[in-house]
Write a protein that binds this ligand. Structure first.
Ligand SMILES: C[S@@+](CC[C@H](N)C(=O)[O-])C[C@H]1O[C@@H](n2cnc3c(N)ncnc32)[C@H](O)[C@@H]1O
Length: 206
């Protein structure tokens, strides 16, 4: 592993094992073959759990990280991942990905913009979007007729749990306001909801 790869991963993993715990919980709840992580930077934690992950980011540090194939394989192996796991990296804008529509079982959107809109077509019908409220992508997903809320991911004392109970208690805005695609995009911050789970799982239904 190059020193650069190691340094990038140390920084990414500064809350030791946090993303590993997240993806362990997601992996138990969402079996998936092909996974797409748009705006991944160097968060390789999905590969600790899933055997076929495509990462995409425009940042050249992410490109350098993933170019160190052996280093990334080592990180995956050190976290219980499959030694034969396939991972690929696309260096570029996730709004322009040249990937087959409907070919992914799980799409990941964490802190990286409006991925549900840009990449939602790459998810198969019946597949799952993991999205958090940062930048408004969860709010945008809730307005997307292709997507339906399926579960929430809650974080308590460092432990992630996935639940599909009482979903109507979630995504309730704190204030009465009209929420539209344009207003969500203009705010860029997302909607303040009465409950704040770590993230949401949406199913592609159309
Ligand atoms: C705040 S980081 C989050 C990284 C990772 N998802 C995580 O949660 O640790 C946002 C990442 O999204 C990437 N990004 C933002 N817009 C992008 C775009 N249109 N195409 C590709 N990557 C993008 C940035 O380069 C950056 O690496």
């Amino acid at each position: 592993m190059t020193a650069r790869t190691s340094a990038l991963w140390e920084k990414q993993d500064q809350h030791k094992g946090d993303r590993w715990r997240l993806f362990q919980a997601v992996g138990e709840a969402v079996p998936a073959g092909r996974v797409l992580y748009a705006g991944s930077f160097v968060d390789v934690a999905p590969s600790f759990v899933y055997d076929d992950v495509t990462y995409a980011d425009m940042d050249k540090r992410a490109a350098a990280f993933f170019a160190d194939t052996e280093g990334v394989q080592q990180i995956i192996a050190e976290h219980g991942g499959n030694a034969d796991a396939r991972f690929a990296f696309v260096h570029g804008d996730y709004r322009l990905l040249d990937l087959e529509a409907g070919s992914f079982d799980l799409l990941i959107s964490l802190y990286a913009g409006f991925i549900s809109e840009a990449c939602g077509h790459l998810l198969r019908v019946g597949g799952t979007l993991l999205v958090n409220a940062s930048h408004g992508d969860a709010a945008l997903a809730a307005l997307d007729p292709r997507l339906a809320l399926a579960a929430v991911i809650q974080l308590n004392d460092g432990r992630y749990t996935v639940s599909n109970r009482d979903l109507d208690r979630f995504m309730v805005p704190k204030t009465t306001q009209s929420i539209t695609v344009d207003s969500v995009k203009a705010s860029g911050r997302g909607i303040a909801y009465t409950k704040t789970p770590f993230a949401y799982l949406f199913e592609r239904v159309g």
